[in-house]
Design a protein around this ligand. Structure first.
Ligand code: SF4
Ligand code: SF4
Length: 397
């Protein structure tokens, strides 16, 4: 059944269950947009009431419903808090699809990116200037950190090289590269492959894999069905071999689409005896949990053995379970709200001025959001932002 059909079915046949909000309000204090505005319409309960009114033909203003639907981050913190198991994320997706059908409105930048995700070769070429600039120490955008990266090499080739160096293979996995990480930060994917190699794991990177469709899901574009079908054809041939990701959003989107088991690489490593790393990080490290890992996939902690392999001075950042404000395309479409949300989250770093600090997360999009906020708020401090898997890879190499 297609995504669209599935949601339509849910809404028509199971509308009572879907719209089973008992108005208890337990989700309000977990909702970043409610905390930011104090406005009931900008809360999960308010949005659910508005959508129900719209479905029943009672909504006062279509424009207001569209506005508050677009204000939602899709972070799913309300689902975690909800005692009535209201499937908020599914309802949001349906509302966004309906809204896109009615208005056809899409942020121009999002439109370009959504188009590129369906043409991997073109995306690789179009993002080459970004990789070149990063390599030479220039940020093409405040969100994008500089750093040594590969200009042309792909994860597909990197995995083949790594597999050839494996003396003994303990297990085999498949790796989903994610078009954003693969094109903007291929070094994070290489770090993932290197950690797996250090632990004797052979990795296949299927060359014909497609974008996971998370961006399309966020914005209401129907292209997700087409991408899901192609990824099912690529991955669901061998459902006994796990698929690993290092991007929480891709992981959640793939879990919606595939029969094969999809796991975040950190959870996968957490279930194994890890090879002892050569060194450990010495800086104080704060972890922020991506909302699509914490709320979407239910992974609320980084496994203890992974933390021990990284360093000794590791802590969860305050409000680490709250969305950083990046949420799919939110930091493009709602830049002002997005900035306020992340600036609130970085405030705790005031206590650590003058110290060497690493802020780490498990999704390149969240990493960008933190990077921009740290640079904006603490330009002269020794605060670095890195993906968790990159820290682990540094320890092994
Ligand atoms: S998904 Fe996040 S932003 Fe949207 S209503 Fe739920 S908690 Fe609020
Ligand atoms: S927690 Fe669930 S039932 Fe309670 S107001 Fe929020 S969505 Fe409704």
């Amino acid at each position: 059944m297609s995504n669209k059909e599935r949601i339509k079915n849910l809404l028509t046949q199971e509308s009572e269950k879907l719209l089973n909000c008992v108005h208890c309000g337990l989700c309000l204090d977990q909702c970043p947009t409610y905390k930011l505005t104090g406005n009931e319409s900008n809360s999960p309960r308010g949005r659910l009431a508005m959508w129900r009114a719209q479905n029943e033909g009672r909504a006062d203003s279509k424009e207001l419903v569209q506005h508050y639907t677009s204000e939602c981050l899709g972070c799913l913190a309300c689902e975690t808090a909800c005692p009535a198991n209201v499937p908020y994320g599914e309802i949001l997706m349906e509302q966004r699809q309906q809204q896109y059908e009615e208005t056809g409105k899409l942020h121009p930048q999002v439109k370009i990116v959504a188009g590129l995700t369906k043409k991997p070769g073109l995306m690789k070429a179009a993002t080459l200037p970004v990789r070149i600039m990063r390599n030479f120490g220039f940020s093409p955008d405040p969100l994008i950190p500089t750093g040594k990266t590969s200009l042309f090499k792909s994860s597909f080739k990197h995995a083949i090289n790594n597999n050839q160096q494996l003396a003994e293979t303990k297990e085999k996995v498949r790796f989903f590269t994610g078009c954003h990480t693969e094109n903007f930060y291929p070094e994070i994917n290489f770090a993932t492959l290197d950690v797996l190699k250090a632990n004797g794991i052979e990795v296949e990177v299927p060359a014909s894999q497609q974008c996971c469709g998370a961006l399309h899901e966020h914005t209401g574009l129907h292209d997700k069905d087409e991408l899901d079908k192609k990824n099912c054809d690529v991955f669901d041939q061998q459902i006994d071999v796990p698929i690993l990701t290092n991007a929480a959003g891709c992981g959640l989107s793939l879990k919606h689409a595939l029969k094969s088991p999809v796991k975040d690489v950190l959870s996968y490593l957490g279930e194994r005896d890890l090879t002892q790393p050569k060194r450990k990080q010495t800086a104080k490290i704060f972890i922020d949990m991506p909302c699509h890992l914490y709320h979407g996939q239910g992974v609320q902690k980084i496994p203890q053995n992974v933390l021990e392999a990284i360093g000794e001075d590791i802590h969860y950042a305050p409000s680490c379970q709250d969305c950083c404000g990046a949420a799919g395309t939110y930091n493009i479409e709602k830049a002002e709200n997005s900035t306020k949300i992340i600036d609130g989250k970085v405030e705790f770093l005031n206590e650590y001025k003058g110290q060497e600090i690493i802020i780490t997360t498990a999704n390149a999009i969240c990493m960008q959001q933190w990077h921009a906020a740290v640079k904006r708020n603490f330009p002269h401090e020794n605060f670095k932002v890195k993906h968790i898997i990159s820290l682990l890879a540094e320890n092994y190499t």
